[in-house]
Write a protein that binds this ligand. Structure first.
Ligand SMILES: C[S@@+](CC[C@H](N)C(=O)[O-])C[C@H]1O[C@@H](n2cnc3c(N)ncnc32)[C@H](O)[C@@H]1O
Length: 431
């Protein structure tokens, strides 16, 4: 396989790509490394490769002409990738796909990057090695070359090494140990010394599963899991963001379709469905708020039917869901209740189907901002009935969440649907 590395610092690659297995792969012809020195293609006495950006701003840019000439000097470019923090994140699946290619060209930027018109001239794919900014693309290119080349048949000692590693099966890898068996009292796990290959395989699978659950739960949705894997994962301890999340359904003050402040009736369906979300996601609690006495009485009757009355006999699961529900006059009382339970004043995140377009408005809250709050303190997520929460509730919140489907023109969801979607996004563990 041939890598063409286009850079203004080709010597940068020498040591890392000549060492260890990579050095051997180059020696025995499995991998060829073609260093394309952009400076060789620069004109003028100074062989300058950079210039100032149009429009001003700090830093310099790599000029187009030397880059074009450098690229044109590569006869068989194959797929052309350019290292850029703007690119798609590089991963094991891409390394696998690229390892099937005969030629791959990697363009390394420097300074503030490269004149954008290079992308108009060649079918270049932008690729990033992470959400951080490096001085240049060379070190990212080294990562990519190594990740791709080691998947070539014959690169590693034995062919299955690549299959068992982290990410290959959508999970992190299990831990490894070598001699001595005991290092100052730190023993190698018994099972690895048992010689029982079935047990060793089970232990390794379980270690992979629990490491992924605790360190990279975002990998689990795409991992191929058996029922046994799922049963194992269910029994593992995990951080539950849900315990800090409380939801409130406000029936007053909300607005009607004319923007007037009104009270809306309590509905059976909202209470059932929100209680079930609260229980399913392990939330701290669900507050239905209304100051209207007959509405509170209605909600209380409903609760007692399902929690203690005939409903609880007929459907104990529903009783469990309703144990999460409390009926209060207003949001302030819900806040005091959370404070009494947790010893902390909850942060208030309001929800709305509309963007706040006032000039002085803060940018809407993102899920990750609310998740950060949840890691340290209780959060009360407030939903409105009718046509949404009245200004006096919105203005007391610490922020308003971005509407669900904010890029689309129709986003008229029922409050029950919005609750389910937003809670799921906030908990975001996809279990
Ligand atoms: C200082 S960076 C330029 C950053 C650029 N102005 C920006 O903010 O996106 C110089 C070069 O380093 C490389 N680079 C920096 N960070 C990278 C990353 N996370 N992944 C891939 N390449 C990166 C790119 O080739 C980039 O053109």
């Amino acid at each position: 396989m041939n890598f063409h590395l286009v850079s203004i610092f080709p010597h940068y690659f020498e040591s890392p790509l000549q060492s260890g297995l990579m050095g051997k792969a180059v020696e025995n012809g499995l991998v060829s490394l073609d260093y394309v020195d952009v400076r060789r293609f620069a004109g003028g006495v100074h062989k300058s490769v950079d210039d100032r950006p149009f429009g001003g701003g700090p830093g310099m840019l790599l000029k187009l002409d030397p880059m074009v000439k450098a690229l044109d000097s590569v006869e068989r470019k194959g797929r052309i990738l350019m290292l850029s923090p703007r690119g798609k994140p590089f991963n094991q699946a891409q390394a696998k796909a690229l390892s099937q290619e005969e030629d791959v060209t990697l363009i390394c930027g420097r300074y503030e990057g490269i004149d954008e018109r290079l992308l108009d001239l060649y079918p270049i794919e932008l690729v990033s090695v992470g959400d951080f900014v490096l001085n240049g693309g060379e070190i990212g290119a080294v990562c990519m070359v190594e990740a791709i080349a080691r998947l070539l048949p014959g690169f590693m000692g034995h062919e299955d090494s690549g299959e068992e590693e982290s990410f290959s099966a959508g999970l992190l890898e299990y831990p490894h140990y070598t001699r001595p068996e005991d290092y100052d009292g730190l023993a190698v796990p018994e099972v690895l010394r048992s010689g029982d290959h079935g047990k060793i395989a089970d232990w390794r699978r379980e270690c992979s599963l629990s490491a992924t659950l605790s360190d990279r739960p975002d990998l689990l949705p795409n991992a191929r899991l058996t029922v046994e894997d799922i049963d194992f994962l269910r029994a593992q301890p995990r951080t539950r963001l849900g315990r800090n999340l409380y939801i409130a359904l406000c029936h007053y003050p909300v607005v009607n379709k004319f923007g007037e402040k009104v009270a809306v009736s309590v509905t059976n369906l909202d209470l059932h469905d929100m209680a079930r979300v609260a229980r399913s996601y392990g939330l701290g609690g669900f507050y239905a708020t209304t100051p209207i006495e007959d509405q509170k009485a209605l909600a209380d009757r409903l609760l007692s039917h399902w929690k203690e009355g005939a409903g609880s006999q007929a459907n104990p699961d529903r009783a469990e869901a309703f144990s999460k529900v409390k009926v209060f006059d207003d949001i302030e009382s819900a806040v005091l209740d959370i404070e009494a339970q947790t010893g902390q004043c909850p942060r208030l995140a309001a929800t709305s189907a509309r963007l706040d377009r006032r000039k002085e408005a803060e940018p809407a809250l993102t899920c990750s901002e609310v998740q950060k709050w949840l890691a340290n303190s209780p959060v009360l997520l407030i939903f409105g009935t009718g046509h949404g929460l009245a200004e006096e509730v919105l203005s007391k919140a610490d922020g308003i969440m971005r509407p669900v489907r904010y890029l689309d023109d129709y986003n008229h969801l029922s409050v029950r649907s919005a609750v389910a979607i937003i809670v799921d996004r906030l908990i975001a563990d996809e279990y």
